[in-house]
Design a protein around this ligand. Structure first.
Ligand SMILES: [Zn+2]
Length: 163
């Protein structure tokens, strides 16, 4: 943490501060470095508990369950959602990487979609659309605690809206 001079009142303020505590001058957002707030993968067990149990049973039967679980695990591990203080990024794919992202300031609509079983196991699909498009352009299924992630994004959405 370093100190800098406030351009309004000239007093020393922390470069981590969002505004000057003396005169209220707001540090432009551009000066804040991007920081990762959260990274998550789809939850294997929660998103499909019956499938998970069946696969485990299949291990005992033929060893086939092991293959299913491995492919499934790989799919989950190669799909990542990252929330920073500026944007939401979804990356997928092992060999060919597919990345999509939306700046928090561009978000127009954000939804959590949960079925009955999703609710019981605390998972859901997080869907985000930006001001540019009316349909959901970014969605992430099998996400544990989707409501928490939504409120995290909402928190930074309102921050980035108020200059
Ligand atoms: Zn000041």
């Amino acid at each position: 943490m370093a100190l800098m001079n406030c351009p309004e009142c000239g007093k020393q303020i922390s470069d981590q501060a969002e505004s000057c505590p003396n005169c209220g001058w707001v540090v432009p957002k551009k000066q804040l470095p991007e920081a990762i707030l959260l990274t998550a993968n789809p939850s294997m067990f929660r998103s499909n508990p019956i499938g998970f149990i069946c696969s485990v049973v299949l291990i005992a039967a033929f060893g086939l369950g092991l293959v299913i679980l491995f492919v499934w695990w790989l799919k989950c591990k190669t799909r990542t959602i990252t929330i920073t203080n500026k944007r939401t990024i979804v990356r997928e794919g092992l060999i060919s990487k597919n990345t999509s992202e939306i700046l928090h300031s561009h978000i127009r609509n954000i939804q959590v979609i949960q079925g009955v079983f999703d609710r019981i196991f605390g998972v859901g699909t997080l869907a985000i659309s930006s001001a540019a498009q009316s349909d959901m352009e970014l969605s992430f299924s099998g996400l544990a605690h989707p409501e928490k992630i939504k409120s995290l994004i909402d928190e930074h959405r309102t921050q980035s809206r108020n200059p």
